[in-house]
Design a protein around this ligand. Structure first.
Ligand SMILES: *Cc1c(COP(=O)(O)O)cnc(C)c1O
Length: 376
């Protein structure tokens, strides 16, 4: 089966004899031991058939045998970080999701050091991978600057060092980028975003090809309890079926919006991997099948007023849904990052981030253009 067919068919097991073409939602928390032969399902924190169906689908999307899903992207990240022991070091891209940064800050308490590097520069990454580095964490495209890291190169460097490479693939989604094929050990998702796609369910996932890593993620999930319920898993599984269609439409519109922004005199810099001027534009063809639907730019007027003026772009955090969103990282998603760190990383106060939805492209362009001109 090819990717788009897997989206619709993988993990779609129905109850025998029912003829359902959609898998049932299992919401029981516990299972009758004597009704099973042999007993396999024990307690829903450990086993749940609806959850397993979703895991089968997300694993298939990366040609991988294993996936563990979680109650949120943050729960998935916490399970990935549980691989680290006191005295070890984590090397991370400097431009990452604000919540991931907050999570990394909590690691000092466990004796784990975190160093931030510009992972778009392989020389800087190589230099940072000193002896006690046990994990490399890369987000590409990054949030909110949309920088790209060469994943094959990062995988090579991590392998030489014996470190686990975790790639937060939330922004690209498996429709555009498959980190495990490029040599990463773990693909991390906030399924809340593109995978579920409708801004109505939280979830996370860790996809890997190593049985031992998978076992450790599942054990961590079972003991700490970051499991998604059956209904949530069903909603993510329902949403993912249209992933390719949504992402194709969102990407085409994002490209058109990026071009319109480049032509606007109210904007001084547009960050979008689909633009020829983007510093890592060459990586789009090499490791992604499209530049995606997140666009950032620097606005010359007042960000608060701009966000209040858009009518179709709701002023809200999160991304990847069918409805378009606008936000200002310095005021919203990246507020927890200290201002000096933020500015040094390029997340300036005038930066605006768009998550492009599936509305009519002409309506979105009109809405944004009107809002941009509002200050003059
Ligand atoms: C949203 C997000 C997360 C966290 O996921 P939640 O589902 O909100 O817990 C992690 N990484 C990236 C890139 C995200 O966009």
């Amino acid at each position: 089966m090819r990717f788009d067919t897997r989206l619709v068919h993988s993990g779609q097991r129905s109850t025998p004899g029912s003829g359902d073409i959609v898998p049932p939602v299992h919401i029981a928390t516990t299972y009758d031991r004597f009704a099973q032969d042999p007993p396999r399902l024990f307690y829903s924190r450990g086993e749940n058939p609806t959850r397993e169906a979703l895991e089968e689908c997300l694993a298939a999307l990366e040609d991988s045998p294993y996936c563990a899903v979680f109650s949120s992207g943050q729960a998935a990240a916490t399970a990935a970080l549980s691989l680290l022991s006191p005295g070890q070091r984590l090397v991370s891209s400097h431009d990452i999701y604000g919540g991931t940064y907050a999570l990394f800050e909590s690691l000092a308490r466990y004796g784990i050091r975190v160093d931030y590097v510009d992972s778009t520069d392989p020389a800087e990454l190589r230099q940072a991978l000193v002896a006690d580095t046990a994990m490399v964490w890369v987000e590409t495209p990054s949030n909110p600057l949309l920088e790209l890291t060469d994943l094959a190169e990062a995988a090579e460097l991590a392998r030489e060092r014996g470190a686990v490479l975790v790639v937060d693939n939330t922004f690209a989604s498996p429709a555009l980028q498959r980190p495990l094929d490029l040599g990463a050990d773990v693909s991390l998702y906030s399924t809340t975003k593109f995978i579920a796609g409708h801004a109505d369910v939280l979830g996370g996932a860790l996809v890997c090809r190593d049985a031992d890593l998978h076992r450790r993620f599942v054990e961590h999930r079972t003991v700490t309890g970051g499991v998604p319920g059956g209904l949530d898993c069903y909603m993510v599984h329902r949403g993912v079926k249209t992933l390719s269609l949504r992402v194709a439409r969102q990407t085409a519109t994002a490209q058109a919006l990026a071009d319109a922004l480049c032509a606007s005199t109210a904007v001084c810099e547009v960050k979008y991997p689909g633009l020829r001027a983007h510093p890592q534009h060459h990586l789009v063809g090499a490791q992604m099948s499209g530049p995606g639907s997140m666009v950032s730019f620097r606005y010359l007027g007042d960000p608060e007023k701009l966000m209040a003026r858009t009518e179709l772009f709701a002023c809200a955090v999160s991304l990847g849904g069918v409805r378009s969103l606008i936000e200002c990282p310095a005021l919203m998603t990246h507020r927890p990052v200290p201002r000096a760190t933020r500015i040094a990383a390029g997340i300036t106060d005038d930066l605006i981030r768009l998550s492009v939805g599936i509305e009519d492209p002409a309506d979105l362009i009109e809405d944004l253009q009107c809002a941009l001109e509002g200050d003059r």
